[in-house]
Design a protein. Sequence first.
Length: 202
Amino acid sequence: MKLTSIKPAVIVAYYGGADVLEDIASRGYEPVRIQLESHEKTNQFLIQFLKKTHNYQSDVVIEKKGQSVAELAAVLKEIGVTHIIPADEAGVKLTDLLSEELNLPFNGIRLSKARRDKSLMHAQVASKGIRVPFQTTATCFQEVGLWMKETKLEFPIVIKPLDGAGSAGVCKCTDINQVITAFECIKQLAIQKKTVVSVGNK
């Protein structure tokens, strides 16, 4: 049975996101996959991969470089999209912007940045009275050393990207040399110029 009144769109729907698409389709919906043009090579490979490994093949809308949120939203409105779901962290910001533009149900734009930025996320969780790790943000390993000296903290500490996903770029450091290495690794990931330094509560 097709539930034609609801048409979800899933952003960056490959890897785990492909399973999201197939699950939605199995419930009677006809989801649309929104891909990012910046992921073009990945898109081409995964379209072939999905054809071999997943039964459901969705329509694809490509978010083009230089395309405004309003322009992409107009495309989605034309095909009747009623809900937008991010399949992974890369699609969170765009999901919020498109949902607001189309006046669709979503979590709201006010805390959109806090869904990716770990320092903002940390502050929001703490503001609700929930115990959180003691942490700071830093742009170089020297700042980490100064922060540890000022707060009288000792190793080990955890260094992680400000807006990473899963365990990508997360490093447990037991000395300053490992902190230096961690910063270099995160730079290679090119996720953000800043990193979050997080340690357990004192």
